[in-house]
Design a protein around this ligand. Structure first.
Ligand SMILES: [Zn+2]
Length: 495
């Protein structure tokens, strides 16, 4: 009989500044999958569970899945949701004896009353399985990692790409280290260094410096004897928690502790040096619209990313300032998406294709964040269930859903109006609904960085816009209360 490995995933990036709690319904709209079906759904796709399945095939593990629970980034996870999905992992953990644990977590989840949700979960898991069973976890590159996570997980591997395209690779990496630990009975430990800063590493972008220089360096370090994983986490700044911010973790054999400390210290300094580094130029919606109006990409589109209303960072996805600017500038042959507006989606989905309709669109969560509702008259171009099959580098082969969705044409702009809030990062999120971005002059979408994986190759040019929505740049203007002090840039720090 192969080694018994408990696996599962519980992922949420919590924006504590969002007023909308993340409930069970938000997980059910994304992933809330229990038991054996996990092994079929995630085999051979770019997902952490696929990587753990690869390891099970390679090492002959008896891989026992508990739950895969993921919700789109949003407000604090409710107690009920945390207990349901975390509880599923813990219940499975206490059901029998395990040789190892392989979990995929995000590392920036905040639950009701628990700042460090992953640390809390790992602590409870450790109490169940005891100190001898090795625990390996993967984290998102945007984890706000804590000492507690490092105390209870032996092995931590974060993604090394942003846009994230290496989820499967990260868990294969974690799984290989886990197999090594089980075979050799070696005690692998993880240390963390976290400099006093809210942001750094240019948000973790791996297509520009400093990460283009640092990532190859990490890989060299990981090839050293006794060093199993070196991870740079950019942190997630929209979290008002004590341990917000970028960090480095090193998973190592006890005998190489001195070397691990040296690596951690070197990378901590690199993080600190990157504290003000930003490669993006953030245009106002008006500037972006003017560029769009006169843009000539010779059959390739201008892609405009609204950075600040990125649903992938817990923004509401209904900000209207950029759409308003595009319409006022008279931009045509354009698309805009997605606007998450349950009310508008319902009205449009109850209409008929071809029908002219006037409604209030977007801006309903907080009109101070990226613009209030726009009163628009347009034509319903299409009505859909919102399901799509991804084709791009991040999630190829995985199906997701916007929920009931309509395409609403207002003057020259085709607007994707959805029920669920999702970041645009795959071409099929438009193409499945009759909008073909590669054929348009202007593609305006809500995303910070993930869109680049699928949209840079088809764009003549990419620009980034700040519409003033919740996930705006310059995070130090957010009303932080719980972060550790002193911290840059809220305080002056001498190092
Ligand atoms: Zn991330």
């Amino acid at each position: 009989m192969g080694k018994a490995i408990l696996t599962g995933a519980f992922n949420h990036e919590t924006n504590t500044f969002s007023k909308n709690p993340t409930e069970i319904a938000e997980f059910e709209a994304y992933y809330a999958i229990f038991g054996e079906q996990i092994l079929t759904k995630f085999r051979n796709v770019n997902h952490e569970q696929a990587g753990f399945i690869d390891c099970a095939d390679q090492f002959g593990w008896e891989l026992v899945p508990s739950v895969v629970a993921t919700a789109n980034p949003g407000g604090t996870v409710t107690k009920e949701a945390f207990e349901r999905y975390g509880g599923a992992i813990l219940k499975q953990a206490s059901s029998r004896r395990w040789d190892g644990i392989a979990l995929s977590l995000h590392g920036a989840m905040v639950a009701e009353g628990i700042f460090d949700a992953e640390g809390h979960l790992l602590e409870e898991l450790r109490a169940i399985v005891g100190s001898e069973v090795p625990i390996a976890i993967t984290l998102d590159l945007h984890a706000n990692v804590t000492e507690k996570m490092c105390r209870h997980a032996n092995i931590i591997v974060s993604y090394k790409t942003y846009p994230h395209v290496d989820m499967r690779d990260a868990s294969v990496h974690a799984g290989q280290a886990l197999e090594f630990a089980m075979e050799t009975k070696l005690r692998i430990k993880t240390i963390i260094r976290q400099p006093p800063q809210i942001e750094g590493l240019d948000g973790g972008r791996t297509d520009v410096e400093p990460m283009t220089i640092l990532i190859p360096r990490l890989k060299e370090m990981e090839a050293e004897y006794g060093i199993f994983a070196v991870s740079l986490n950019a942190g997630f700044a929209l979290a008002d928690v004590p341990f917000v911010g970028p960090s480095v973790t090193v998973s190592y054999d006890e005998k190489t502790e001195q070397r691990a400390i040296k690596i951690a210290n070197e990378l901590e300094e690199a993080i600190w040096q990157s504290r003000d580094r930003v490669n993006n130029e953030y245009l106002t919606p008006e500037q972006a619209a003017q560029l769009a109006k006169y843009f000539n990409g010779q059959s390739k589109p201008l892609v405009i990313a609204d950075y600040s209303d990125n649903p992938g960072a817990g923004s509401y996805g209904d900000a209207t300032n950029l759409l308003k600017a595009l319409l006022e500038a008279g931009v045509t042959e354009a698309c805009f998406g997605a606007v998450c507006d349950l009310e508008a989606a319902q009205i449009l989905c109850q209409g008929k294709v071809g029908e002219k309709i006037t409604l209030a669109l977007g801006g309903k969560n907080d009109s101070d964040l990226g613009g209030g509702p726009l009163r628009l008259t347009g034509e319903i171009l299409g009505i859909y269930d919102g399901n799509y099959l991804s084709e791009g580098p991040m999630y190829a082969g995985l199906t997701k859903s916007f929920g009931p969705t309509a395409v609403f044409r207002v003057e020259g702009v085709d607007i994707l109006v959805t029920t669920h809030n999702l970041q645009i990062l795959d071409r099929m999120q438009f193409a499945s609904f009759g909008i073909h971005p590669e054929k348009l002059k202007v593609v305006a979408l809500k995303s910070m960085q993930h869109f680049r994986a699928a949209y840079e190759p088809l764009a003549a040019k990419v620009i980034v816009c700040d519409s003033g929505a919740l996930a705006r740049p310059r995070r130090s203007t957010l009303p932080f209360q719980n972060v550790r002090r002193p911290i840059y840039p809220l305080d002056v720090i001498a190092r």
